[in-house]
Ligand binder design. Structure first.
Ligand code: FMN
Length: 158
């Protein structure tokens, strides 16, 4: 099964998680973004506004990535303001017709909540049921080990 791990990241946690998943799954890895510099305090505030206003920014997928070439895509994104970030949601909405039937959401967050209800609600943007969800806490947790376990389980079934 040809798999692609995609990520949007602001402070590299989601990137690390997706790198680990890709390594275990033998998948390709690529980045998507809205092209905005969201570093520092102003970037943080901008991220909050984008989420609260449900602004769906312009999306860019790393050059040369053909989504239709894959059987399975894992889409990584952080939580912003109690739900999957605006950039991740915008990506799903924009590219849903190019994504394969097997789409997994991978969401990182620093708090104890798993956000699964809100993660699953992204199926409304996808327009069909996703194949699975993985929610991982990146603060005070061995999130790379947890990610590795998730990927190992996933590969058992595919
Ligand atoms: C604007 C903003 C809002 C956030 N809101 C939450 C939140 O509501 N709950 C939570 O657990 N983490 C929240 N976080 C923390 C991130 O989800 C977490 O640190 C994530 O792993 C960062 O991923 P990244 O390094 O790939 O950007 C927020 C981060 C940002 C920048």
């Amino acid at each position: 099964m040809k798999t692609l791990c995609l990520y949007y990241t602001r402070t590299n946690k989601t990137k690390e998680v997706m790198e680990r998943l890709a390594a275990v799954l033998g998948a390709d890895l690529a980045e998507y973004s809205d092209g905005r510099d969201r570093s520092g305090v102003f970037g943080y505030i901008g991220a909050c506004f984008a989420t609260v206003n449900n602004t769906l920014p312009r999306m860019k997928l790393q050059n040369g990535v053909d989504l239709k070439a894959y059987d399975r895509v894992l889409i990584g994104m952080p939580v912003w303001v109690e739900g999957p970030c605006a950039v991740g949601r915008a990506f799903i909405k924009k590219y849903r017709d190019s994504l394969p039937s097997d789409v997994f959401y991978v969401v990182t967050h620093m708090g104890d909540r798993d956000y699964l209800t809100k993660i699953q609600a992204m199926d409304d943007l996808l327009g069909r049921p996703s194949a699975g969800q993985f929610s991982v806490k990146t603060k005070e947790n061995d999130y790379l080990k947890e990610s590795e376990e998730y990927a190992k389980n996933l590969s058992l079934f595919c």
